[in-house]
Design a protein around this ligand. Structure first.
Ligand code: PLP
Length: 509
């Protein structure tokens, strides 16, 4: 059957050839709409008499114009697209703060078990006891690892977890008659999601400066605290890759002022199994399962950002949560009659990610998780030592935690910027490190190798980085300023793409 048998015009025929740019062997992949002609489909279906009787005015008037592709054509399209994407399965991915660690295949195997993969959130609770057991067991271990009293499992990303934790703080203040507190303190090195979360909830954000050593200035915190402050949002280890030495004192000062301590737990990978945030005085902290607990990030699968809560905030946790009822597990679904802040998501969170994260935990054990954290810190310090003689490191006198922060001082006078350097790394086969974050250092380069990388991989990476730095200093500027040379796409108009995104294919007529 061809679509036009139903009276539709055939699709616009254009010859789309693969275009090669630079020296890449990877062809740019056209859109499905450009490679698939609308006048045929990939499958043979018998002709049907379409009846418009029951659709009335809703009967489609214009052709559907879906691209017709055979199964191998569709397959190749998606495989080619995937080859344009850098991934942790393809190479070292030093994107600081993002903890791009290996996603163990055992996790994938467990998540694909039909009892987990095929459950539906509206199934009768008696038929999903195993799946709810996984949520409950993961929740339990997250509380053990953090020494906290409750955990909200439904948030779907770190930023969503921040929202959940800050909503719990907001609800607690209202319940305590402290609803007048309107200020949230946020250190200058914070991830952008922290001030965004506070502002989204209507709080005024008050920045807290960092000391010369990259850690939060406790005297600035004490000075900023008042009866108007609702919370502090502090990242620990912080985004300069440093453990906050005054964290306990800061927590005490915050509590004394009647405020709560939100901890951004995105960097938990550096301390899991070693330090418990609950012991450091936190009231709420999100945990990015897609960072610390090895589940795939964004494009590779949905994220998950469970939030652990202190005893003070536990009553305000959102629904649903798992509870025991005469030997059976059930979900508490309704907030009525409790202090719960209500419901954040339609269902119970990211089941596939829960299964993967619990698999990671159980396959490591408590000692294995601590070992992973130690190895992550060791790997970062190894890179710090290998790069330290050439790369400028603003807080370089101290050991770092799981990531190394460089600034662009070492590029001074070369005509090469942090952005150029990152683009040149693409030509060497690496995903760039995090750039221009945190904002507290100029031209930041934040490198996080994670514990997944072997000594050999770290040495190869260090070798490349040192070779690039030497080339920049030797005046080989073009290698940087016009990089990437070997990627299928060169420099893109990122601002234009963000300001004026083209999200829909328009048929050219
Ligand atoms: C990744 C990250 C976040 C946000 O987490 P998402 O899961 O990406 O929403 C917040 N803070 C820090 C420090 C992070 O690294």
């Amino acid at each position: 059957m061809s679509m036009n048998q139903q009276g539709r015009p055939t699709g616009v025929k254009r010859s789309v050839t693969n275009s090669f740019e630079g020296a890449s062997l990877l062809p740019l992949e056209p859109l499905l709409f450009e490679i698939g002609a609308t006048d045929h489909t990939g499958v043979d279906l018998p002709d049907v008499e379409l009846s418009s009787a029951r659709l009335g005015a809703f009967t489609r008037q214009s052709p559907l114009d879906l691209p017709g592709l055979s199964e191998p054509e569709a397959m190749r399209h998606y495989v080619r697209l995937s080859r344009l994407n850098y991934s942790i399965d393809a190479g070292l991915y030093p994107l600081g703060s993002c903890t791009m660690k290996h996603n163990p295949r055992l996790n994938e195997k467990m998540a694909r078990l039909p009892g987990f993969a095929d459950v539906h959130p509206l199934q009768p609770i008696s038929t999903v006891q195993g799946a709810i057991g996984v949520i409950s067991e993961l929740a339990e271990w997250l509380m053990v690892l953090t020494n906290t009293s409750a955990v909200a499992m439904s948030p779907k990303a770190g930023a969503h977890g921040e929202l959940c934790g800050m909503m719990a703080i907001h609800a607690a203040h209202i319940a305590n008659g402290e609803g007048h507190r309107t200020i949230v303190l946020v250190p200058e090195s914070a991830h952008g999601t922290n001030p965004a979360t506070a502002a989204f909830l209507g709080y005024k954000v008050k920045p807290i400066p960092a000391k010369a050593d990259g850690t939060v200035d406790i005297s600035a915190v004490e000075e900023a605290l008042s009866s108007d402050v609702a919370a502090i949002m502090l990242t620990n280890p912080n985004t300069c890759g440093l453990f906050e030495p005054d964290v306990k004192k800061i927590a005490d000062a915050v509590h004394k002022a009647g405020a709560y301590f939100y901890c951004d737990g995105a960097n938990f990978n550096a301390i899991m199994g070693i330090a418990r945030p609950g012991d450091l005085g936190i009231d709420a902290m999100h945990i990015n399962l897609h960072k610390t607990f090895s589940t795939p990030h964004g494009g590779g699968g949905p994220g998950a950002g469970p939030v652990v809560l202190s005893k003070a905030l536990a009553p305000f946790a959102p629904v649903p949560f798992v509870r025991q009822n005469s030997g059976k597990l059930e979900l508490a679904e309704h907030a009525q009659g409790s202090k719960s802040l209500g419901r954040l998501t339609a269902f119970h969170g990211q089941m596939g990610m829960f299964t993967r994260a619990l698999t990671y935990m159980l396959s490591h054990g408590g000692d294995g998780l601590a070992q992973a954290a130690n190895d992550a810190v060791l790997n970062a310090n190894y890179l710090k030592a290998r790069l330290g003689a050439v790369f400028s490191m603003p807080f370089g006198e101290q050991h770092c935690m799981h990531e190394v922060l460089c600034d662009d001082d070492f590029l001074e006078g070369t005509g090469v910027t942090t952005l150029d350097f990152a683009k040149a790394m693409i030509d060497e086969g690496y995903h760039p490190m995090t750039m221009y974050f945190p904002l507290v250092v100029h031209g930041a380069m934040l490198i996080e190798p994670t514990e997944s990388e072997s000594l050999k991989a770290l040495d190869a990476f260090a070798h490349t980085m040192l070779e690039l730095a030497a080339a920049a200093k030797a005046g080989d500027t073009d290698r940087f300023t016009s990089a990437p040379h070997k990627a299928p796409m060169r420099r893109l108009d990122e601002t234009g793409a963000a300001r004026n995104p083209k999200l829909k294919w328009e048929k050219s007529r």
